[in-house]
Design a protein around this ligand. Structure first.
Ligand SMILES: Nc1ncnc2c1ncn2[C@@H]1O[C@H](COP(=O)(O)OP(=O)(O)OP(=O)(O)O)[C@@H](O)[C@H]1O
Ligand SMILES: [Mg+2]
Length: 317
């Protein structure tokens, strides 16, 4: 399968007053054309940092990029100049930010903002952009789009605002959409509608999507593959059709077992500074002696399955 994006060996730390914290360690994730790839993991596992790094949005300082490449159309975005990044950001790779507050301009009406975004990306008349704006609002399930076009962002409910942001992100017909918890604030019906929209975008025009969520249920519904992150590391990569029966990492099993696929927040449970070996050691019920002192690599169990756990060392190919 053709890879549209490759995150290779990405390592990122953040500086603070008493030293540095590792946010990502040797993250490698490939995204295939037209696939929906899920990234799941508890709070603080590094999902958002990964998403921001793809568009070279990590501020340095406080961030330190220790290693890695982000390969998009043969170019390393971590080395690209502002000019390239400006043509990539939003146009070729769109990101729906987890923190939505700053994504909309409060002083322009919704129609104006959408029309501006569309005309910024493609050569078209105002009336064509207006028509396309209406279609986009309809697509994301915003009722009465003609009226909504004349309103301002603060006149929309949180759910409608979220859908408007999704409409803006897809307005440019990007090749890749990175959606960071895009449906968390939405009720179940709207959530389903947005997920269907992502599914349709991945089929036609073949948009590739990285979907970040806490919710394994959502993953299982629309993703082809899932990457499970814990404490800045990829713990498992697995195709969704294997997830229920063949997921291997004890952390993935913990996620699957937690109620209705929701992950409880377990931050700070482990004493990170004491860990020499596996980062999951303190929470793992199946830990071996060497897990305390040795760091497991990612073992390849199959072409669509990798796991960072010594329990599977012998099965690796
Ligand atoms: N600007 C920053 N400065 C310092 N530390 C940061 C910064 N951004 C992220 N971090 C740290 O990097 C780690 C990963 O954070 P990240 O936001 O990627 O987690 P996440 O998986 O997206 O969590 P959540 O599910 O809560 O959104 C955390 O330990 C976080 O505190
Ligand atoms: Mg996040």
């Amino acid at each position: 399968m053709e890879k549209i994006l490759e995150i290779e060996n990405l390592g990122i730390r953040f500086k603070h007053s008493s030293g540095t914290t590792t946010a990502l360690e040797d993250i490698s994730i490939g995204l295939e054309k037209g696939e929906i790839l899920g990234i799941v993991g508890e709070s603080g596992s590094g999902k958002t940092v990964t998403a921001h790094a793809v568009l070279n949005l990590i501020d340095t300082p406080p961030g330190i990029i220790d290693s890695g490449k982000i390969i998009f159309h043969g170019e390393d975005l971590l080395k690209s100049g502002l000019k390239t990044l400006q043509t990539v950001r939003g146009k070729k790779i769109a990101i729906i930010f987890q923190e939505l507050m700053n994504s909309l301009n409060p002083v322009f009406c919704i129609g104006q903002q959408l029309i501006d975004v569309i005309r910024n990306y493609r050569n078209c008349t105002k009336s064509e952009a207006y028509k396309r704006s209406l279609a986009l609002l309809k697509n994301v399930g915003i009722p009465d789009p003609v009226c909504r076009m004349t309103q301002y962002p603060n006149q929309l409910s949180g759910g409608l605002r979220q859908r408007l942001i999704i409409a803006m992100a897809i307005a440019a017909e990007p090749e890749i959409i990175i959606a960071d918890e895009p449906t968390t604030a939405l009720d179940v019906t709207i959530q389903a509608q947005i997920l269907r929209l992502f599914q349709n975008l991945s089929k036609d025009p073949g948009c590739s999507i990285i979907l970040i969520t806490h919710n394994l249920g959502i993953m299982a519904k629309i993703c082809k593959r899932v990457v499970i992150m814990f404490s800045g590391l990829v713990m498992e990569k697995i195709s969704v059709n294997k997830l229920l029966n063949s997921a291997s990492h004890p952390y993935t099993l913990e996620l699957l077992n937690s109620s209705r696929g929701k992950i409880s927040l377990n931050e700070n449970k482990e004493k990170k500074s004491d860990l020499l070996g596996c980062k999951y050691f303190n929470r793992c019920s199946q830990a071996l002696g060497k897990c305390k002192t040795n760091k497991p690599g990612l073992f390849h169990l199959d072409s669509d399955h990798e796991v960072r756990c010594f329990l599977f060392e012998k099965e690796s190919r």
